[in-house]
Design a binder for this molecule. Structure first.
Ligand code: HEC
Ligand code: HEC
Length: 478
């Protein structure tokens, strides 16, 4: 009952905002508390308010960092490079600058160049069926079997529906996630359950827009996603924004679809993301009916994580092939061996595979062809010496999920630059350019016409400059 009233109110608020023609994209994320009308709603609003306090204030027995040290409330609960730079200038003794996130935690005088790019060190245990290997194939796993990667700090807005959490989806529950955050970032001990629950309640009350809140509340009431009315239909869009929505539907919706904007709705696009690999890490091919080699795919119906080249991009940045926002800082250089199980006796594959290039030049990214004319390549589809972040494979130990990442929600996306799991792109314009030039042309299920390069010497594009402009305008409203 209370729930229905709640929805009616939210729908009403959205409809009113829409009818009044007022844009809700400028609403700060925390401005979502409304008049509570029932006891249960009052209790949950009170819980969220208490949770906000825990979120903002360092918990006892920690290194002084609160959640808000990194999820900055004034910056849509993300960590912007500008915030880090300003804080460094003002107070280098702030708890944000803790040695665990120094470029080199063992340096006599720690430096924080990664943090200044908005990147935080994430330390993860290696799955039992994996080892770290070097270029010669020797096992070089650290004695504690841990690896570390550099990740951006995402906004906690819309966590009511955007799970699973983290770039690799390793957390599925906000309470457990909050304890992990206290342990890993704040070096704190076990936190009382009610405190974690209040933090989670606060997070669930933070939305990027009233439309996001609407979607979240219906999902919480058990509405199947497919039955939720499209709240974005209430947006008053001008002609350019409407064209941008059409571009979004053609180019982005397959993966960022549904009312949540973070669900893979096109199963064909999902299925072409998982390759069968040979023991050397290269993709298996078979000869198709047309006599030409075709890639072999492995079905992973329950994995909602995709590798569309996001970690490979950072690799190319590190190699000096493309300029990226995160190129000025160093990333780890990992190769991995996958085994059948935790005994690590039976080898499955090594990733990334040692490049076999057409020219024989180790710096060339163009692969050689095998006797059937198939390119000799691993999951990156081009030569790759190492991985800067194996993504989901580090959680599941599944080589098919190498460099696969969770699909983030695009709601409120204009307010959370920089972009991608490791801040490889400074602006939304840069991200859209990369999709048009490098990502969309490589997705065989998203077939778009080819357009001439927008940038001199660049590759052909999937989107025209006008389409990109329209798409950017629509994304500003999402
Ligand atoms: C030192 C910085 C730092 C602190 C402090 C911190 N976080 Fe995070 N948070 C991160 C990073 C980095 C990620 C992404 C990690 C990844 O993808 O592996 C993250 C991810 C998250 C996510 C997942 C969001 C999503 O959409 O996937 C949630 C929720 C979250 N943090 C909540 C918290 C809470 C609650 C606290 C306090 C108890 C906290 N964080 C403290 C850096 C921090
Ligand atoms: C094949 C699936 C797929 C398609 C199609 C796709 N995306 Fe993505 N998108 C992803 C995945 C997976 C990630 C996470 C990658 C990462 O974090 O490195 C992502 C991340 C993003 C991000 C970064 C989000 C953040 O919080 O940092 C933006 C922005 C984005 N996509 C925009 C778009 C736009 C715009 C389109 C259409 C032009 C599009 N995407 C099409 C799968 C896709």
């Amino acid at each position: 009952m209370a729930g229905h009233r709640f929805i009616a109110r939210t729908v009403g608020a959205i409809a009113l905002a829409g009818l009044a023609g007022c844009t809700d994209t400028a609403v700060p994320v925390e401005a979502t508390a409304e008049l509570a009308t029932s006891q249960a709603e009052l209790a949950s609003v009170a819980q969220a308010a208490a949770g906000r306090k825990h979120f903002q204030e360092a918990l006892p027995g920690t290194n002084g960092r609160s959640c808000a040290t990194c999820h900055v409330l004034a910056d849509n609960t993300a960590l912007t490079p500008a915030h880090v730079e300003a804080l460094w200038a003002r107070n280098p003794a702030d708890p944000l600058f803790h040695r665990i996130d120094a470029d080199d935690p063992t340096a006599p005088v720690p430096t924080y160049e990664h943090l200044k790019k908005g990147l935080v060190r994430v330390v993860l245990p290696l799955p039992a069926n994996m080892d770290v290997i070097d270029v010669q194939g020797n096992v070089v796993t650290a004695p504690d079997r841990k690896v570390s990667v550099w990740r951006a700090v995402p906004s906690i807005a819309d966590t009511g529906f955007s799970g699973p959490f983290q770039a690799d989806g390793r957390e599925t529950d906000l309470v457990t996630q909050a304890q992990s955050a206290v342990t890993s970032h704040s070096l704190g001990g076990t936190v009382a359950l009610p405190v974690l629950q209040r933090i989670a309640a606060f997070e669930r009350s933070v939305f990027s827009s009233p439309r996001a809140r609407f979607v979240s509340e219906l999902l919480e009431l058990g509405w199947p996603l497919s039955t939720i009315p499209d709240p974005d239909a209430l947006l008053l869009l001008d002609a350019s924004e409407r064209r941008g929505r059409d571009v979004y539907n053609l180019a982005c919706e397959a993966c960022h679809g549904g009312r949540t904007r973070n669900r893979i709705v096109d199963r064909a696009t999902h299925d072409i993301a998982f390759y069968a690999l040979k023991p050397d890490g290269n993709i298996q091919h078979i000869i198709g009916p047309d006599g030409r080699p075709q890639r072999v795919y492995v079905p992973r119906p329950h994995s909602e994580f995709l590798n569309a080249g996001y970690a490979y991009m950072t690799y190319l940045g590190q190699r000096g092939v493309v300029p990226l926002y995160n190129t000025s800082v160093g990333f780890p250089q990992y190769r991995f061996r996958f085994y059948t199980d935790g005994t690590r006796q039976h080898h499955v594959t090594d990733l990334p595979p040692i490049p076999v290039t057409a020219s024989g030049d180790p710096n060339d990214i163009n692969p050689a062809l095998d006797e059937n004319g198939a390119p000799i390549v691993g999951p990156a589809l081009a030569a790759q010496w190492y991985s800067t972040d194996p993504g989901r494979a580090l959680i599941t130990g599944d080589p098919a999920e190498f460099e696969a990442f969770d699909v983030p929600s695009l709601r409120g996306i204009a307010r959370t630059a920089p972009y991608f799991h490791d801040n490889s792109h400074a602006t939304l314009t840069d991200a859209v350019d990369t999709y048009s030039r490098f990502i969309l042309p490589g997705i065989p299920t998203v077939v778009l016409p080819q357009h001439p390069p927008e940038f001199p010497g660049g590759p052909p594009e999937s989107l025209t400059p006008a389409q990109k402009q329209d798409l950017l305008r629509f994304l500003q409203r999402l």
